[in-house]
Design a protein around this ligand. Structure first.
Ligand SMILES: NC(=O)c1ccc[n+]([C@@H]2O[C@H](COP(=O)([O-])OP(=O)(O)OC[C@H]3O[C@@H](n4cnc5c(N)ncnc54)[C@H](OP(=O)(O)O)[C@@H]3O)[C@@H](O)[C@H]2O)c1
Length: 357
């Protein structure tokens, strides 16, 4: 089954996703009968391109790096090149492919989640399924977007918004029927965990942060990580999706880390404790994010570097832990890919794939 993809945002995550789609193409075809074709890419400052016959995503990433523009990839016979995400969505809405999907990986905006929320709204209105790694839509407008997708018979998926490709939302939705999530507690921001681990090992704040920026793991505006906004957006998304909270990241009680955390991290370690940026929430209560000293035998205290883990407290299964020891761009790109396969699976319930894994 062919899926035409419109990539709104083509930065670290978008480019790694395009590469991954190309790397796993034979498996997607063989195992899922999923034929992904990127037909449109648009950025904020580097132009956009529409090519109904398909764009080679790996070549697009190379061209973007060489020329700082995507314009050269545009097919002039297809009209004007898209200039905004909304142009791109309109162009792909005309495709006759059985699956049309918006892959939204624009920058996180912690003020109001825009323009990602409007991109998702526009795509659902135009009949496109939506996959996003951006926390904004689930953190600011989950109820509305989930209802809109449901009414249109479309998917609105965002596994990459929390803990990259490690299933959190998909885990609960697909594998925990009749289970109520009562609360969560976790280390969910790789950049701050890397920095706090480095600080307790005696390193300085600046170099540790710069390493995360160099690897493309820190947010474009790294203050979003260190001030706790990224974790607050994740806490809001978790509370909204798993516990129907109807909140935004601004509701979350939030504290971040900074160079002053070095002394606290080292002191905690000397006392047999560990300083971690913990996000927690309980059904009916306001979630909180902040640096927390944990006893050494706390599961979260043992997370070093970019490792993340989330404990879900449930009514029927007690506490469940999901975690990742390595996080990075491939893991985030995989989250987007896994959501695409989930969309194909939903479609497959009507038209079975060739081989069931
Ligand atoms: N990096 C990670 O490890 C990671 C992990 C999980 C989730 N995420 C989330 O994934 C998203 C993307 O992250 P990233 O690291 O790829 O960010 P990035 O490298 O800064 O890339 C963002 C992309 O979005 C484009 N963009 C921004 N505003 C736009 C707009 N209004 N219309 C169209 N394109 C727009 C940018 O275009 P220009 O370059 O032209 O400005 C760029 O191509 C973020 O929401 C982030 O929170 C990232």
């Amino acid at each position: 089954m062919r899926a035409d993809l419109v990539l709104v945002g083509f930065g670290n995550v978008g480019r790694r996703f395009a590469g991954l789609v190309s790397e796993v193409r034979p498996r997607l075809l063989d195992e899922w009968d999923l034929d992904c074709r990127i037909t449109c890419i648009v950025t904020r400052r580097h132009g956009g391109a529409f090519r109904p016959s398909g764009i080679d995503g790996v070549r697009a990433a190379d061209i973007l790096e060489e020329t700082e523009s995507l314009e050269g990839l545009h097919d002039p016979a297809a009209g004007a090149a898209p200039r905004t995400g909304f142009d791109a969505i309109r162009l792909v809405a005309d495709s006759t492919a059985p699956l049309r999907v918006l892959v939204e990986t624009t920058t996180l905006n912690v003020h109001d989640g825009q323009p990602a929320v409007d991109h998702v709204r526009a795509a659902l209105s135009a009949g496109l399924n939506v996959v996003t790694a951006n926390k904004g839509p689930a953190a600011f407008a989950y109820r509305e977007l989930h209802a809109k997708a449901g009414a249109a018979g479309l998917s609105f998926l965002f596994e990459g918004a929390v803990m990259d490709g490690i299933p959190v939302f998909n885990l609960v939705r697909e594998t925990l029927p009749a289970v109520n999530v009562l609360g969560f507690r976790g280390v969910v921001n790789a950049t701050t965990n890397h920095i706090l681990t480095a600080l307790e090992d005696g390193e300085e704040f600046g170099p540790a942060l710069r390493r995360m920026q160099a690897e493309g793991i820190a947010e474009a505006d790294a203050s979003l990580d260190v001030d706790g906004w990224d974790a607050a957006a994740k806490a809001a998304a978790l509370a909204n999706v798993l516990m129907d909270a109807g909140i935004t990241p601004h509701t979350v009680s939030r504290a971040g880390i900074g160079p002053q955390s070095a002394a606290q991290a080292r002191r905690a370690r000397e006392c047999g404790r560990r300083l971690r940026l913990v996000a927690e929430g309980r059904r009916g209560a306001i979630p909180a994010v902040g640096p927390t000293e944990l006893p050494e035998d706390d599961l979260l205290a043992g997370l070093r570097g970019t490792a993340n883990a989330l404990v879900l407290e449930t009514d029927l299964l007690g506490r469940i832990v999901v975690g990742q020891l390595d996080s990075g761009l491939t893991q985030t790109a995989y989250a987007v890919l896994s959501d695409l396969v989930a969309i194909r699976r939903a479609a497959r319930r009507e038209a079975p794939a060739r081989r069931t894994p």
